[in-house]
Write a protein that binds this ligand. Structure first.
Ligand code: GDP
Length: 318
C-alpha cells in the first residue's frame, strides 16, 4: 500500500498521477481536514472534495476548484435574498455538501461518508480524512485571529500570517486504518501541498507524525515550490511571513525528521545537497496528465516501488 498525504489542488494532481499507476487497492490518500468548516448549515471539506472531484475527472479546469459543468442558480438566488455568498458553492457542488451534511448528522463518521461519496463518484483509491474528529486551522495574522476560510477565501490570503494553530488537533484521533496503513506501507508520499496549512494539520493528529517517523517504508516528499515560487496559492507568501527562506530547501528542512527522499525540480536540486534526505531531481510542474504520471512514476521509483513500465494514457487534457 502506498499512503499519500494530500491537501487540495497540488496534492490532488500527484494523487491523480499515482492513481493511474497503481491498482486502486494499493493506494490510500489521507486528506487534510484543517480547511473544513461549517457554512450555511453545511459541512464542507474542501480538500476531500478537491480529491474526489479530481480523481473522478469532475474537477473544474477553469476555476481550479469546485466541480465542472457547474451552474450557480443557488448562489445567485442566495445573493438576491441577502445571504452570504463570499464562499462560492455551485449547484452541483452543493449536492455533495448536502449529502455529506445529512449523513454526518445521522451519525456517520467523516471517513464513512467520504468513502460512500468516493464509491458513488466512481473513484477507485480510498480517500480518508486524517481524523474523524474536527481539526480546524486557525491563523494569527496582522488582521487578528482568523478561521481558515476567513483568511483563505473571504480575505484572499491578504493578511500577513504570524502563526498557525490547529484547533482540536491535540484531542483528535487518527481515522481508523490510517496509522496501521502507514506502519505497513510500501511507501509514504507527502504530496506537493502547502506544508503549513495542508500537511501540518495532518501531522498534528496525535500518532500520525510518529507513525510516519517510525514506518520502515521510505517517506518521499515532493516540493510544492519550484524556483522559489509556489505554483498556486499562498505557500511562498506564507513562508516569507513566517520568516523562512522561500526555497525548496526550507520545505525539505520542515519535513527533515520524516524524510528519506525529497523530490525537487532540477532547478532546485543543486541547492539541496546537504539536506538529510536523498534528493531526486525530477520535473515537478504538473500541467498535463502525462506530467502527473511522470512525476508519480519518479516518486514511486524513488521509493523503490515497482510499477508497470507502460501505461497507456487516455486523454491528456488534465
Ligand atoms: P489547497 O488546499 O487547494 O491549497 O492545496 P494544496 O496545499 O494541495 O496545494 C497548494 C500547493 O500545491 C502550493 O504550494 C503549490 O505550489 C502546489 N502545487 C500546485 N500545483 C503544483 C504542481 O504542478 N507541481 C508542484 N510541485 N506543486 C504544485
Amino acid at each position: 500500500m502506498i499512503v499519500a498525504l494530500s491537501g487540495g489542488i497540488g496534492g490532488a494532481k500527484l494523487a491523480l498521477g499515482l492513481s493511474h499507476l497503481l491498482d486502486p487497492a494499493r493506494l490510500l490518500i489521507v486528506a487534510n481536514t484543517g480547511d473544513d468548516f461549517e457554512h450555511l448549515g453545511l459541512s464542507i471539506s474542501p480538500d476531500i472534495d478537491t480529491l474526489l472531484y479530481t480523481l473522478a475527472g469532475l474537477d473544474n479546469p477553469d476555476l481550479g476548484w469546485g466541480r465542472r459543468d457547474e451552474s450557480w442558480a443557488c448562489m445567485e438566488t442566495l445573493e438576491a435574498l441577502g445571504g452570504e455568498t463570499w464562499f462560492r458553492l455551485g449547484d452541483r457542488d452543493l449536492a455533495l455538501h448536502l449529502a455529506r451534511t445529512a449523513r454526518l448528522r445521522a451519525g456517520e463518521s467523516l471517513s464513512a461518508v467520504t468513502d460512500a461519496m468516493r464509491r458513488r463518484l466512481g473513484v477507485g483509491p480510498r480517500i480518508l480524512p486524517a481524523s474523524d474528529d474536527p481539526v480546524r486551522t486557525r491563523l494569527a495574522t496582522d488582521q487578528g485571529e482568523l478561521a481558515f476560510q476567513d483568511y483563505f477565501v473571504r480575505r484572499g490570503c491578504a493578511p500577513k500570517v504570524r502563526a498557525i494553530a490547529f484547533d482540536g488537533a491535540a484531542a483528535s484521533r487518527p481515522a481508523a486504518e490510517v496509522v496501521a496503513a502507514i506502519a505497513a506501507a510500501e511507501a509514504v508520499v507527502i504530496c506537493p501541498s502547502n506544508p503549513f496549512i495542508s500537511i501540518d494539520p495532518i501531522l498534528a493528529v496525535p500518532g500520525l507524525r510518529a507513525a510516519i517517523a517510525a514506518t520502515p517504508a521510505p517517506v518521499v516528499a515532493v516540493s510544492p515550490l519550484i524556483g522559489g515560487r509556489a505554483v498556486k496559492g499562498p505557500t511562498a507568501k506564507m513562508m516569507a511571513e513566517l520568516g523562512l527562506p522561500v526555497t525548496a530547501r526550507a520545505v525539505a528542512e520542515h519535513y527533515a525528521d520524516l524524510l528519506d527522499v525529497f523530490v525537487a525540480d532540477p532547478a532546485d536540486a543543486a541547492a539541496l545537497a546537504e539536506v538529510g534526505a536523498r534528493i531526486v531531481a525530477a520535473p515537478t510542474l504538473m500541467r498535463s496528465l502525462p506530467d502527473k504520471l511522470a512525476l508519480a512514476r519518479a516518486v514511486l521509483t524513488a521509493a523503490g516501488v515497482a510499477v508497470a513500465a507502460a501505461n497507456p494514457v487516455a486523454g491528456t487534457a488534465r
